[in-house]
Design a protein around this ligand. Sequence first.
Ligand SMILES: Cc1ncc(COP(=O)(O)O)c(C=O)c1O
Length: 382
Amino acid sequence: MELSVKNTPKTQVPFNKPYLTGREMEFVKEVLESGHLSGNGPFTKKCQQFFQERYGFRRAFLTASCTDALEMCALLCNLEPGDEVIMPSYTFVSTANAFALRGANIRFADSLPDDPNVDPESIRALISDKTKVIVVVHYAGIACPMEEILEIARANNLLVVEDAAQAIDSTYEGKPLGSLGDLSAFSFHETKNIQCGQGGLAVVNNSKLLTNAEFVWEKGTNRSQFMRGLVDKYSWVSLGSSYLPGESVAALLWAQLTEIDSIQKKRCHIWDRYSEGLGDLNVDTTKVSPKATRNGHLFHLVLESRRQADDFLDFMRSEGVKAASHYVSLHSSPYFAPKHDGRILPNADKFTERLIRLPLFPELKEEDLDRIIGLTRDFLTA
Ligand SMILES: Cc1ncc(COP(=O)(O)O)c(C=O)c1O
């Protein structure tokens, strides 16, 4: 495809720029001066309480990453050899790795035809006597069809884990994502809406898993009971690991949480501009079901072919704009392909080959946004 080269100056637009509120230094300094540098200090507690109050999570545990939070969730599912866990193939490696580390048999479900989120019918087809857990991933921070998925889980007595890595501040039928499953996991990596460089959150909504979650979070010990004066020594009581981040990370996160509404407003404004500026084109874009809300995490396009997606990335790069593809479906990954049951997952494959994300970060300038929308329209209508 030939596109005329424009003479406009080519400002470089990155794909992401981590947003800082300006209060990070103040809070990190407070930590350094306090002498409490390890985890589970005042900033950790403030962050956890914030999430519990704002989103109605039963208990929130700060972790060093969403990967860690998913590993906590997988441990809490208490899997036995031969147990099966169903999850979408179109996801980040951590979703699967956490459960593979526990020895689970992973069964990959396909995405919906016009949405990277998992197809409930594809989940239903994989249910067996051995299924123990359904993991959903709210792609782009937009809810999966949770009504159907929760119904499948209820009917088959399964646990539901939400990989809500991208989904902070979004809702489904008015309920915050992360509050619907038994367990859920969020990411605060620098590419996410709320970021502290690298961080995460494990959420426990199922009260039966709460006591064990405290043990797992604190390296498999009952240290939290010791701190509350319930036991006179703490010791090894379950499997666990060192999941909690140091206080300086929690301080960075707290700075972001003090400004969450304005961060969300900025991101959602950009998301809306993309949606309005590109929604009429003949390509699938990030869409929000009537039951869900968006959180302005990412905006994607699904191009006609892998070739067109590659050409689009090259074209944008030549114009100084960094767009990006996303996940390589896990059923066809080098690690898992030999273990996969051979089912073809056409929608996951399609998103692997053809899905492109546009730059989206709070400091994206209006003129750059106009230019990205204009360039995308030029490319797709040439
Ligand atoms: C769906 C999903 N789950 C988990 C993760 C892992 O997050 P983290 O980098 O915080 O470990 C990511 C990372 O982007 C992700 O997209």
